[in-house]
Design a binder for this molecule. Sequence first.
Ligand SMILES: [Zn+2]
Length: 82
Amino acid sequence: MCVTIALSPLTDSYRPWDYRTRTITLPETLPAEHRPRVVRAVLAELAVPQPESGALCWCGAAVELPRVPQQTRRTKVISHGA
Ligand SMILES: [Zn+2]
């Protein structure tokens, strides 16, 4: 079973790592560009060797992060409000 990445609000019950569900939970307030680093840090804590960039599951597969910031240069995205 691969690692799962979840986003969650920072609450009293917030835990970055749940060994039962094998889920790394990131604070949803964490800027997207910092997410890979946090995931790597948690996985490194779990003794999973991490590459220079990105994050690897213990099976060796690349970990998919929710909404990884791809610096796609869309001039402007207007999707909020209205
Ligand atoms: Zn895996």
